[in-house]
Design a protein. Structure first.
Length: 323
């Protein structure tokens, strides 16, 4: 648990205890930020909730690993939940990090079970410039975290875009079963991201509403900007789903064409052997009297007729562009 206390008169103070934090609640000349993560996540959150008087329902939502992005106003604070993608993209194993925020009049509590890039970046910059990040209102600090959470989607989507480009090239050069599995993995990733981005888009829209407390009116335009970015991300996800769907269709078309070529070749081979088999069958019948049986050159004559028929049929197939 990391604690940051900022006073306009004395500046930034870090690593303070919850007892001192409790004395700062509601003070106009100070603001504080508590960030909770790590192994003692649940225990630390319950301690902070007791000190700040956080509602059990919002605490329960923050403790739920796979919570849905939402905004819930309470009497003394605003609770909202966001998700940001893991920086390490692994195809078919997409993961998002849940970040829960409690925004009060002069405080912000952030909760996340795993290390989150938006939190780390914001805390580093808050230590470098505390007046800008902690001295201008906690709603602006919440915006900084949410904005970086949303920005984390763009490099993630760029890697997916590169994967789709690679797959579209390999569809025509190496259309194997592994490629089809990769197409299915990316499609699943896009669906999972769409399910994450949709609720966050609604959340950002609610944060920009005039009637919502704990967010200054002049700051609501920032949250509308987040909403616009999420709308853009949603559009990109829809486009990528169409592209990967098109790649799958191309894969099936290429495989079907290859199968048709194989069947065409086999059909031609079988067609050539039909008359040859007929001739061999006629002269293979066990009758005592058959024309040409006494001919010295009968065997070679039959082979010659078979060869001539095969070559003639090949010429005909070639002329018809069947070969």
């Amino acid at each position: 648990m990391q604690t940051y206390l900022y006073r306009s008169a004395s500046g930034l103070k870090t690593g303070i205890g919850l007892e001192e934090i409790a004395e700062e609640i509601g003070r106009e000349d100070s603001s504080f930020w508590i960030d909770i993560s790590g192994e003692d996540f649940e225990e630390d959150l319950k301690k902070v909730a007791e000190v700040l008087g956080l509602h059990p329902l919002s605490v329960e939502d923050a403790l739920t690993p796979e919570g849905r992005s939402t905004v819930d106003p309470f009497d003394d604070y605003l609770f909202f939940l966001a998700r940001t993608p893991d920086e390490d993209y692994r195809r078919g194993e997409i993961e998002t990090i849940q970040i829960s925020l409690f925004l009060g009049g002069n405080y912000l509590v952030s909760c996340h079970r795993r290390e989150a890039g938006p939190i780390s970046t914001t805390s580093e910059r808050a230590e470098q410039d505390p007046g800008r990040y902690l001295g201008r209102g906690m709603d602006l600090l919440a915006y900084q975290i949410l904005d970086r959470s949303v920005d984390g989607y763009f490099p993630f989507l760029e890697r997916i875009d590169d994967e789709i480009d690679r797959i579209e090239e390999e569809v025509f050069s190496e259309p194997d079963e592994e490629l089809l599995a990769q197409i299915s993995d990316i499609r699943s990733d896009l669906i999972a991201l769409q399910r994450t981005v949709g609720p966050q888009r609604e959340m950002a829209g609610k944060l920009a509403r005039p009637e919502l407390p704990f967010v200054q009116d002049e700051r609501k335009i920032y949250f509308r900007d987040i909403q616009d970015n999420l709308a853009r991300i949603s559009d990109l996800l829809s486009n990528y789903r169409e592209l990967i769907g098109g790649a799958r269709d191309m894969y099936m078309t290429v495989i079907s064409n290859e199968m048709n070529e194989i069947m065409q070749t086999l059909t031609i081979v079988a067609t050539i052997f039909i008359p040859l088999t007929f001739i061999a069958g006629v002269y293979g019948m066990n009758f005592e009297i058959i024309p040409e049986l006494g001919w010295d050159w009968g065997y070679f004559g039959a082979l010659g007729v078979m060869g001539a028929m095969a070559l003639g049929m090949l010429y005909y197939f070639r002329k018809k562009d069947w070969l």
